[in-house]
Design a protein around this ligand. Sequence first.
Ligand SMILES: [Zn+2]
Ligand SMILES: [Zn+2]
Length: 766
Amino acid sequence: MQRRIRIAGIVQGVGFRPYVWHLANALQLAGWVRNDAAGVEVLAQGSSDQLDIFIQRLPREIPPLAQVRELTWVDAPAQASFSTFSIAESGAGDAATMIGHDTAVCPDCLAEMFDPADRRWRYAFINCTHCGPRYTLTRKLPYDRAQTSMARFPLCPDCAREYRDPANRRFHAEPTACPLCGPQLALSDARGNRLDDADPVGASLARLQSGQIVAIKGLGGFHLACDARNADAVQRLRERKTREEKPFAIMAANLVSIADWVEISPAEADLLQTPERPIVLLRKKPSADAMFPGLAPGLAWLGIMLPYTPLHWLLFHAAAGQPAGTTWLQRRQDLLLVMTSANPGGEPLVIDNAEAVERLGDIADALLLHDRDIVVRCDDSVVRVDAQDTPQFIRRARGYTPRAIRLPQCGPSVLALGGYLKNTVCVTRGDEAYLSQHIGGLDNPATCGMLMEVTQHLLDILQVRPTAVAHDLHPDFFSSRHAFELAERWGAPAIGVQHHHAHIAAVAAEHALVGPILGLALDGVGLGSNGAAWGGELLRVDGADCARLGHLSPIALPGGDKAAKEPWRMAAAVLFQIGRGDEIAPRFSRQPVARQLLHLLERGLNCPSTSSLGRWFDAAAGLLGAREVMAYEGQAAMLLEGLAAGQDAVTPMRDGYILTDDGRLDLFPLLARLADEKNAAFGASLFHATLANALADWTERAAHEQGLNRVVFGGGCFLNHILTRDLTRLLNQRGFSVFAARQAPPNDGGLSLGQAWVAIQQISRG
Ligand SMILES: [Zn+2]
Ligand SMILES: [Zn+2]
């Protein structure tokens, strides 16, 4: 009998054909397997029992990077009969598939790399069909070596033999290489002069251990590294990077090496060890701040990641004394490295060697370089496990892009260009949404350039021509302006999507929610459909339609944009609004313009108002004395969470908020109470607890009025672990189904996904 089998999903460039070949041979089947435009096609010949077993086992034992989305088969009348099973030439239209994501070195490659007898012993570019770089070194499809930055390294005879042998675990491993034929490491000084060192890894490690800062070329960009245990080195890195307070992530060899300083749940351990290797935010133990005072000051969380490139491993291996074998991988290692993205000035990551010398020469003491080009900039992903043990993205990039997020239905192909901060773009094809890697804040020309570069790259590899371009309602964002340009060039409509509608739609899309839902959008700021600054909204969202049911009481932004960076101004606005304006000057005596601010508020000059919950967090932080001026976006709210995290549960204030008849939620009574609170940690807990209760009551009332029981959370405030945990619990207790962002970040990093989904629904409606 013969059976024709079709498999769709992530099945190309991941060792799928050799896998099928092995399985078919094990079951003594004949026939062939090949790639084609839709995925993988198999013709299998054998007894009907053997064929049944084959079809059962096929989706179950797939290679680690593969994902089967659909498997269909038909019995074919036996025509020509086969005597063996072979891997056939690709079918027509090979290009319409997808590039895989970058993954960490697999255990088999680690074993080779640490085997002194292996020809790839200590080789920094080892990989195989099941591991290594993909997305970050591929220029375009079809995915083969000629289209990657490995094209300039011709395979030596040994590597070529492995590459051609279906039984070898490097069969068609496009980036495969060895010390004889592949890329090489080199150490240079800060000016780019090559230091002739026989062992660049050992020399780099020695510099790190002596307190120096080394720029290390990675997978999707450079890192700046230093010894995490050396507080002076960390401080020096902060000063040179002018990144005064933003948290730094640590790379550790394994979990036992960090267990003294952070809590690690089983779900967090899994996440740390997945081949995607994100930075995982872990709850600090009390000992963490004493041990690492400069890493994440005042925050409840510490970002940790495990090594993912061979080069990372080699640094730890050198620090362990270059042991043979892999048993040392389980043992506690002393080396802990700060590994922070090399993106000075908030511009995109450095990826090129010459660019590294130019942009990092003033920060790093030396550069650990190599001659394999990074084609696609891709930052480390940042993830946290929530109260339901489910991963939640804070930044989605390396390891996850370019994997698709499945939409509830097929639609026309659209491009969405996102917002302003934490920008990403999204391209859809069929029922798949391709959310780009994190691009960043569009406040500088270089990041705007990266937006164009990433957009073009996604369109190239997906080979689609969008029928519409979605954008934020704010006409001045670079993303919106670029959307207008592209729409005009393609003769396609530009579709504006309100910021918070997009936040809710992003979550609705990934959970396949159709029909009306209640959206709770809690955010920094986004332009509302009435021209005001929104950010604390209750929305009724039904596909392409969105109605504003309620919002937080507006507070003034004294000084406009400055108020979003200086929590003391938000505290002053609240004091003024509750009739305590005379307290502004004495409370904020360190602020030279405190007195003038009162005049601004009294006259309503340069005081636009906002319903943003983010600004209420800032006001609370200002009133509690946690922070007067922020060093980075979101810091006040993160510090407030950090203060509350160390506290036992407190009883929420029953009279801390007012629900008005026109759907407003007013938090002034709570803030008035905080203004008199001397214990900042208690005040932070009281704020979180009361806010969760207030939001639950507010949501419940609107849900009853609307007859809805599905509540969707969207917006950056849902990165606050305490608020999200407590509000979810309260709403669940009251019988509501709650949906939160899982596959994309809840913050503006997920905005383009929501824009795309709203645009598709708008077009489909006609
Ligand atoms: Zn491998
Ligand atoms: Zn070779």
